[in-house]
Design a protein around this ligand. Structure first.
Ligand SMILES: C[S@@+](CC[C@H](N)C(=O)[O-])C[C@H]1O[C@@H](n2cnc3c(N)ncnc32)[C@H](O)[C@@H]1O
Length: 280
């Protein structure tokens, strides 16, 4: 493996931070060597500096570097409790408030999974909605938008194709039978769940997802941990701007917005914290 010098660490850490907001921690030299090493081989570069100057102006190179550095760890029904909160309280409340819609417009629900990685969070939400609404689902206009900075992750999410291990480690057997179909060795999400979803490549720190409209529920889990304070503030500002006044924000189980945003109030139900907009 090619070793990285301290100057090259700084060069890459600054570039990655500027492009994605990701702050590399103290293991950054090892992380850069192990995750970017295969790309150096592919580009035939003899050093990290040579690799950097060969590619840093290219969008494709940038996308591949950011993709290699970001952690895409996720799973279906990750941490379970937020999904139980949605199933038992938040979604039934939305559905009962909105069920009548208007004479011409069907009742609608819009959810955003910010930093959705390879899509498991989005399809977990879709399964809960399908279970709650059953045959009523056709009456509703439901959109779950998944966004991530990584092309590779977004493309996998769009396909909705997972290994048996990925599915079975998170999805209960009855839901697995109901919502996945075999496709060769893999399992594919059923088309009516996929029809609720939209996936886009979006950098949370530069794009304005509010341009996609306002959301009733926003999941933003396990991404702010990679950002510095200033970028966390920007992120939760964007989220507050994108959330309806009665909407709900769910963050990761080990995360906090205390001291980062005063635009939310904290609530708790089903042993899970969730946030709503403070009166504005
Ligand atoms: C650990 S995964 C979290 C996935 C999912 N939310 C969950 O909790 O299971 C973090 C994701 O954040 C994405 N990410 C990192 N920086 C980002 C940015 N600036 N904009 C959008 N997504 C970003 C990464 O590509 C990665 O897929």
């Amino acid at each position: 493996m090619i070793s990285i010098t301290p100057e090259e660490v700084t060069l890459f850490a600054e570039f990655i931070h500027a492009r994605s907001g990701i702050v590399l921690n103290s293991t950054k030299a090892y992380l850069l060597e192990s995750r970017l090493g295969p790309l150096l081989d592919e580009y035939g570069a003899k050093s990290f500096a040579e690799f950097f100057y060969a590619g840093y102006r290219s969008e494709e190179w940038e996308a591949r570097v950011v993709d290699a550095i970001s952690t895409h760890e996720t799973s279906f029904f990750r941490d379970q409790r937020p999904f139980e909160l949605l199933r038992a309280k938040i979604l039934p409340e939305f559905f009962s408030k909105r069920q009548n819609g208007s004479k011409t417009i069907p009742p609608r629900l819009r959810i955003w999974s910010a930093a959705c990685s390879t899509g498991q969070e989005v399809y977990s939400l879709a399964m809960i909605i399908a279970e709650l609404l059953g045959g009523e689902m056709k009456r509703w206009h439901i959109t779950i938008t998944g966004t991530d900075i990584s092309d590779v992750a977004v493309n996998k999410a769009k396909q909705g194709l997972y290994t048996r291990y990925e599915v079975e480690r998170g999805v209960p057997l009855d839901l697995c039978r109901k919502y996945f179909e075999s496709q060769g060795e893999l399992l594919k999400v059923r088309h009516d769940l996929q029809a609720m979803t939209v996936f886009n490549k979006t950098n949370l720190l530069t794009a304005a997802p509010a341009g996609f409209g306002m959301y009733d529920i926003i999941f933003c889990r396990n991404v702010a941990i990679y950002f510095n304070q200033e970028n966390r503030r920007r992120l939760f500002q964007t989220i507050a701007d994108s959330l309806h006044s009665e909407g709900v924000l769910i963050i990761g189980s080990t995360e906090s917005i205390l001291g980062i945003s005063d635009r939310f109030i904290r609530n708790e139900s089903c042993n899970t914290l969730y946030f709503q907009k403070a009166g504005e």
